[in-house]
Design a protein around this ligand. Structure first.
Ligand code: HEM
Length: 478
């Protein structure tokens, strides 16, 4: 049987020269128009299957997940000392154990049990923004980091420039650089390069790898020991690690401390950049679309009133806010091609052969545009049916979280935490373009970085308190 259709490829490099390496999802969408929703190509000796439709992704990655849940084998995670991170594990026993621990700690009801925390940290975010609005990116990072560190290890407060955040955040940043797909493809094709000494011209990746290995060990051990010390002293707050360690005692040998450490560090690595980028993108959308912002604020004022701040029980009544939130996420999807899956055995789909070991790339960017008119336009109204009711498709069911047994286990926490921040920002601030010294508005562009996770290119904006009473209340809560 033939492979799925696709562009002709050169003997060794394959289709490397055909792909927009900065925004590969755009090339994949062009191929969809030519070849259909499932496309095959070659990248330096590797068969790549690109899925350009949610329907096909569900048929293969969800319904045949026993075949489509591996990750590409390559030397990069090991070289960088991060092969224990769940997202890089091959499909096997360790992977299954990690997923079981994630399920225990992050399933929907567990994620709901942290609602007070999301609200508390969102109010802290507002206070930080009142203090230094120009540093909003840093405050978003701190918001995400403090929720993750509290849920995972029980930290009450974390500071941006102190341990353990400095090393973990640096690690997350280096991993983002280290796992760039182009570099992975080259090192996978020429594993000999991984033996180059760090001083060799062009081998700067070896220095990054060395630093990442050290940071990974540090970041795994330091916060873990913090929980163990607290547990020994009898004052460990509830957290993912303390819960798992407590359960481990009752369930001897079911899993090891090492597995708990690995899963815990994965939460930060996988959740930090993705969640803070989502919020940054939401703020950019509000700056560029003041009318949508105004309508959302009008709704908050009428549902919540002006004497209190929003809470999760308001969410079902805040339908326009929900549409704005959904649209901000859809408008610029944070991980446009998610993470590649790999097949662990041969398969046949609609008359096409999909060989074992193929890389399978879901084009989530294209899927988020399917069925929408003018998909580039920011339009919250698209999430309402013609009778004015909000469409039933929830954020948790969207392709943005990936697929099948590899789908994002942090989606419930991520969604609740980003919603909490977004609705608080809307309740308290008018988010506008910043003005320069002469009073002129500083233009803001709809520009995003590229990579596994995409965030808006740094921009300036203003956070103008909408009510002096609320401003006072937040300042007093400092
Ligand atoms: C808006 C924020 C987030 C987005 C958009 C997002 C999206 C994704 C995507 C697309 C994948 C790849 C799924 C696949 O391969 O099919 C993924 C994997 C993963 N995510 Fe998230 N994620 C977010 C936040 C989080 C958070 C907060 C956590 C942890 C609490 C988390 C934990 C993970 C883990 C552990 C994996 C790897 C799963 C595996 O390989 O089995 N993510 N995420």
């Amino acid at each position: 049987l033939p492979l799925p259709p696709g562009p002709r490829s050169l003997p060794f490099l394959g289709n490397v020269g055909d792909i927009d390496m900065v925004r590969p999802w755009r090339t994949y969408s062009e191929w969809k128009a030519k070849y259909g929703p499932i496309v095959s190509c070659r990248l330096i000796g590797q068969t790549v299957i690109i899925i350009n439709s949610e329907k096909v992704a569900r048929q293969l990655l969800d319904q045949r997940s026993a075949i489509y849940s591996d990750r590409p084998a390559g030397p990069v995670p090991k070289l960088f000392g991060i092969d224990f991170i769940t997202a890089f594990l091959p499909y096997g026993d360790t992977f299954r154990l990690h997923r079981r621990l994630f399920h225990q700690a992050l399933r929907p009801d567990a994620a709901d049990s942290y609602r007070d925390l999301y609200l508390d940290k969102a109010r802290q975010l507002l206070s930080n923004l009142l203090g230094s609005p120009e540093a909003f990116e840093k405050h978003l990072f701190l918001y995400t980091a403090s929720i993750i560190m509290s849920v995972t290890y029980g930290y009450d407060k974390v500071s941006w420039d102190g341990p353990p955040i400095t090393s973990i955040a640096k690690l997350a940043e280096l991993i983002n650089v280290g796992i760039q797909p182009e570099r992975s493809a080259i090192l996978t094709a020429f594993p000999i390069l991984t033996r180059l000494p760090p001083w060799f011209p062009g081998a700067s990746f070896q220095r990054i790898a060395q630093r990442t290995r050290t940071l990974a060990l540090e970041s795994m051990n330091e916060p873990f020991e913090f929980v163990k010390r607290n547990m020994a002293a009898g004052n460990a707050p509830k957290s993912m690690v303390s819960d798992l360690l407590n359960e481990m005692d009752g369930e001897k040998h079911a899993y090891s401390e090492q597995a708990v450490k690995q899963v815990a560090l994965t939460v930060f690595v996988a959740g930090f950049d993705t969640s803070s980028s989502t919020l940054s993108s939401f703020i950019l959308a509000m700056v560029l679309h003041p009318e949508a912002q105004r309508l959302a604020q009008q709704e908050i004022d009428s549902v919540v009133g002006i004497d209190r701040l929003p809470d999760f029980y308001d969410r079902p009544s805040l339908k326009y806010v929900e549409a704005v939130f959904r649209e901000a996420i859809r408008w610029h999807i944070v991980a446009p091609v998610g993470l590649p899956h790999a097949t662990s055995s041969d398969d046949v789909f609609e008359g096409y052969f999909i060989p074992k070991g193929s890389l399978v790339v879901p084009n989530i960017w294209d899927m988020s545009r399917e069925g929408h008119d003018d998909p580039d336009v920011f339009r919250p109204e698209r999430h309402f049916a013609s009778d004015g009711t909000l469409l039933p498709d929830t954020i948790a069911a969207k392709p943005m979280w990936g697929f099948g047994r590899r789908g994002c286990p942090g989606r419930f926490i991520a969604e609740a935490a980003t919603w909490s921040a977004a609705v608080h920002l809307l309740a308290v601030f008018r988010i506008t373009k910043a003005v320069d010294e002469s009073g002129k508005e500083i233009e803001v562009k709809e520009e995003f970085t590229s990579g596994v996770v995409c965030r808006p290119v740094p921009f300036q904006c203003s956070f103008v308190p909408r009510s002096t009473d609320r401003e006072k209340a937040i300042r007093l809560g400092d």
